[in-house]
Every structure is written in structure tokens, then in C-alpha cells.
Design a protein. Structure first.
Ligand code: NCD
Length: 263
């Protein structure tokens, strides 16, 4: 059975076919006939974009969604362990999108699951569907996902979106600005900003300033998985280098393509 626990499970050699499918969903507005399939969104951590775009993707494909996003109303609040929850839910759906608090949970779930597990973020581990939508956004702009320069700014240690993208862009030049007082970022094609993951023990804050902007090339893009805190002020939102709104939009089409491929 195919699971998507880590991007290591994905053959990036075939990324062009996958991205072409994403583009079809995005621009040709292809919707599948009702496939009568059910996605379970099992979210042990908060989410806006990932859970709602997964749900929207499944509905748009003609399937249906069970959402367990407030675990207080499930047996998890009675102390049920992850494996028993996964075994149970596997009886009622065809695929599970799992967001959990600990790195390694998605792997653990995949070992007992009777249906595909899609890792929707496991603690400070990985977030492979976010990585795919980040890669798609980069590919859309530059026509490639290699031979680029990327600067990661923010929480390098605990940001799971950084971990996945960093690994996937292995043939790119990478800079890391994890000390938030650096006033100038190196010239790059992509600036990937992230929030400080306070819930995982990270501390501090940073904010993009005018002196940073001056050093961002005209053809570069600024990405952020969102939610943002103070790292990107709203005054930057109209800048032509902003890609974070398109990036979140792409989340829907990437997840449609993914669900289409997986079940
Ligand atoms: C990210 C996450 O949950 O890892 N958000 C997302 O899925 N778009 C980033 C974050 O929470 O900082």
C-alpha cells in the first residue's frame, strides 16, 4: 500500500507528470465523477489551510470527508492510542490525512493502517504535502526545481515545512538565516520564511524590514507556508514578489492531484 509519510516515499523523478496533473486541476477545472470515496481528516494539532484544502479537494473530486479535528470529541480524549484510532478509522474511510504532535507518528500509523496514510504534518518532522505544494509553486514560477538559490528564514530547527523542502531541493544552493537579527539576506531566487514554532519550544521573533526588501532581486519570490505572525508585515502583501497567497491556493490543486493518484 502507498503511504505518504515522507517525501522520501515520492519518486521526484516523476514530478513533471504530477505537476501537469496539478495544472490540469488548477486551470482546466477538471472534476471527477463521484468516486464514492471517503477521506478522514484526523488532526491532533490545529490547522486552517491543510485541513480545509484536503476537505475541499476530496469534495471537488466527488468524495466525502470525515473530520476529526477536535479530538476532545473523540475517544482520543478517553486515552485511546494512535494505533487503535487508526485501525478503527481505517474501517470507515479510504484514506487518512493525519496531523499529529510527534515526529514519527505518521510512520507509526502507516504500520497498522489498512488504508493509505498521508502525513499532514508530524510534530517537527515533515509535512510532505506542504513540500509538494511548495515545489509546485516554485516550478510554476521558474519551470524547474533544481539549480536555484533559496534562503530559508526563520525557524530552521523546528519548522517541519523547512525540513521537507530543504531535503527536496537537494540540488539547489541553500542559505539559512535562523539568527533573526541578520539584517541582510543573501541574493536568492526564493525566500522561504517561517513562523517561530513556539508550541515546539522555539523562542524569539523577527520581522521583515525595508532593508531586507532592498536586497531581494526583482525576479525572486517570497514564500511562507502560513500562518504568519509578525515575520511578514501586511504592507508587503502587494509586492509583485509575493507568492504566499498563490502558494496557499495551490494547496487545493496539489491535494486534489494527490488524492486522485493515491486512491
Ligand atoms: C505549517 C504547519 O502546520 O507546519 N502550516 C501549514 O500547514 N500550512 C506551518 C506552521 O504551522 O508554521
Amino acid at each position: 500500500m502507498k503511504h505518504l509519510v515522507s517525501l522520501d516515499d515520492w519518486d521526484l523523478g516523476n514530478y513533471k507528470d504530477f505537476f501537469n496533473l496539478v495544472t490540469d486541476f488548477k486551470f482546466k477545472k477538471i472534476y471527477c465523477p463521484n468516486k464514492n470515496l471517503i477521506l478522514c481528516n484526523l488532526f491532533y494539532e490545529p490547522s486552517t489551510r491543510t485541513s480545509s484544502s484536503f476537505a475541499s479537494a476530496m469534495w471537488r473530486l466527488g468524495g466525502q470527508v470525515i473530520s476529526i479535528n477536535d479530538v476532545n470529541y473523540s475517544s482520543i480524549s478517553k486515552g485511546e492510542n494512535l494505533e487503535d484510532t487508526i485501525i478503527t478509522i481505517g474501517n470507515y474511510c479510504d484514506i487518512i490525512a493525519l496531523r499529529s504532535k510527534n515526529a514519527g507518528d505518521a510512520q507509526k500509523a502507516s504500520q497498522v493502517s489498512s488504508v493509505p496514510i498521508i502525513n499532514a504534518g508530524d510534530g517537527n518532522g515533515e509535512h510532505p504535502t506542504q513540500t509538494l505544494l511548495d515545489l509546485y509553486t516554485i516550478w510554476e514560477k521558474f519551470g524547474r526545481i533544481k539549480d536555484l538559490t533559496i534562503t530559508f528564514v526563520g525557524d530552521i530547527e523546528n519548522g517541519r515545512t523547512v525540513h521537507g523542502l530543504d531535503k527536496a531541493l537537494d540540488s539547489c544552493t541553500k542559505h539559512y538565516a535562523d539568527t533573526f537579527d541578520k539584517s541582510i539576506w543573501p541574493a536568492s531566487d526564493i525566500y522561504y520564511l517561517t513562523r517561530v514554532q513556539k508550541e515546539r519550544g522555539s523562542e524569539g521573533s523577527y520581522s521583515m524590514r525595508k532593508e531586507h526588501i532592498k536586497h531581494i532581486p526583482d525576479n525572486a519570490i517570497v514564500m511562507h507556508p502560513f500562518p504568519r505572525n509578525e515575520e511578514i508585515p501586511k504592507w508587503f502583501d502587494d509586492d509583485p514578489r509575493v507568492k504566499y497567497f498563490e502558494q496557499m491556493k495551490n494547496g487545493l490543486f496539489v491535494r486534489m492531484a494527490l488524492l486522485h493518484e493515491y486512491i
